[in-house]
Design a protein around this ligand. Structure first.
Ligand code: 5GP
Length: 420
């Protein structure tokens, strides 16, 4: 059966497949800005976009994000689940750039938000919505508390000087406030995952735009594409994305960056890591660590060796475990003289955290891991859950999935401030 063109946009074409639940998404070499007012053909853009999107969606799937992506077909096409698209664009920002500065001129460019900012824009075209004229396409959409109405604002003007130009009831996902909230949660998680992947590549992700859809099974999925058109990335103080094109940089330089970005996303792969939970005796009860790792339990590896009674075997075992997975953190849980942690930390270069068991009854045990000899950098934490959290924080510096989990929890308690 021949593929039928289902839809064509400025930068991609959607084709049908033999399976009605799947589509082919083909990237084009077109690059546009200003809602199509600026347009060029950039040879190689389709391949860069397809490679970037495929790498990003594969990485997100590996982190447990449900996406419409199925597989890369060739240089410029990938196979995706056919979705009913939700007519909203979700923008997430770590820094104030672009249209945010127009709506909030009180912020300076690059202002950092400690809590991610999530915005919804209604997807419109030809300055029309539901048969009526609107002043600008893709207006900012703010829901009332009960999600009964959505107020539409001009996205390019200061928000404080505007009244909504339209209040609508027929907004996308009306009647499903839980899905609207879920979209914000997934968008935050996606941002945090990609924020860390970009940090590891030595660059800063400052904002992006996502689109969601409902897949053939009726499930909410991250859809559309995520490529160099979708985000802003800062590299050495300069944009490293479509903003260069918007700002008039030559097409050759813009394409060079797009290709470099695509190549860098080849490295968007989760590292192999582990937390070695070390006890000195079978009698040491690790139940107080249960639950602290949540769904990161796959990181946990248990080991039992007394450093007093079997020091040679214990060090040999430690060396073997670190040979298998060098990117590890050791948490030691033992009571009495509490010497295992200090000894292990003197025999490896990974962080060793010791949790003195039974310190409430015998607090003097704590001293054996606090006043240690030189070259023995063991860390002492009394609360098992905090020890696990500290280990996760160490691993999160190199692991976007762990980083996203920890940071998303933290940001729930944060608020953004603005200072003059
Ligand atoms: P802003 O609202 O500041 O113009 O854009 C915020 C972020 O969303 C930027 O990373 C920008 O590239 C992206 N973005 C905004 N609108 C679109 C759009 O229509 N298509 C794509 N691909 N990205 C967009």
């Amino acid at each position: 059966m021949e593929s039928v063109l289902l839809a064509e946009g400025k930068t991609k074409i959607i084709w049908s497949t033999e399976d009605p639940s799947q589509v082919i998404i083909e990237s084009k070499d077109d690059i546009t800005a200003g809602n199509g007012s600026k347009h060029d053909i950039a040879i190689g853009k389709a391949a860069s976009s397809n490679r970037t999107t495929s790498n990003v969606f594969k990485a997100l799937e590996a982190c447990g994000v449900r996406t419409a992506f199925l597989k890369e077909i060739d240089e410029i096409r990938f196979l995706a689940k056919k979705c009913e698209m939700i007519l909203s664009e979700i923008v997430v920002r770590r820094e104030a750039h672009g249209s945010y500065l127009k709506r909030h001129p009180e912020f300076s460019k690059g202002h950092v938000f400690s809590q991610l900012v999530v915005e919804y824009f209604l997807k419109t075209s030809e300055k029309r919505w539901n048969g009526g004229d609107i002043p600008e396409d893709d207006p900012l959409m703010i829901f009332d508390e009960s999600f009964e109405h959505a107020s539409l604002y001009i996205p390019s003007k200061p928000i404080r000087q505007q009244e909504p130009f339209l209040i609508i009831e027929d907004f996308p996902l009306k009647g499903s406030p839980e899905i609207i909230k879920q979209i914000a949660e997934i968008a935050r998680k996606v941002f945090l995952i990609l924020e860390k992947f970009w940090q590891l590549a030595g660059k800063r992700l400052v904002d992006f735009k996502l689109e969601f859809g409902i897949d053939p099974e009726g499930k909410l999925v991250l859809a559309d594409v995520i490529d160099s058109d979708s985000w802003r990335i800062i590299d050495n103080g300069n944009y490293f994305d479509k903003q260069l094109y918007r700002d008039g940089t030559s097409l050759a330089v813009v394409m060079e960056k797009y290709q470099l970005v695509a190549k860098l996303t080849d490295n968007f792969v989760l590292p192999q890591q582990q937390i070695i939970l070390w006890k000195a005796s079978e009698k040491d009860d690790l139940s107080s660590f249960d639950g602290a790792m949540g769904d990161l339990l796959y990181l946990r590896k248990e080991e039992v060796y007394s450093l007093h009674k079997q020091p040679t075997q214990a060090i040999q075992k430690l060396t073997k475990l670190l040979q298998e997975v060098p990117d590890s953190v050791v948490i030691v849980y033992c009571g009495r003289s509490n010497g295992a942690g200090p000894i292990l930390s003197a025999h490896c270069t990974v962080p060793v955290i010791t949790v003195p068991a039974g310190w409430e009854k015998l607090p003097e045990d704590v001293w054996s891991s606090l006043r240690t000899p030189s070259g023995v950098p063991v860390v002492t934490i009394l609360d098992p859950k905090n020890a696990v959290l500290a280990a996760l924080q160490i691993l999160a510096t190199r692991n976007p999935l762990i980083y996203a989990k920890l940071r998303q929890d933290q940001e729930k308690r944060f608020c953004n401030i603005f200072t003059f």
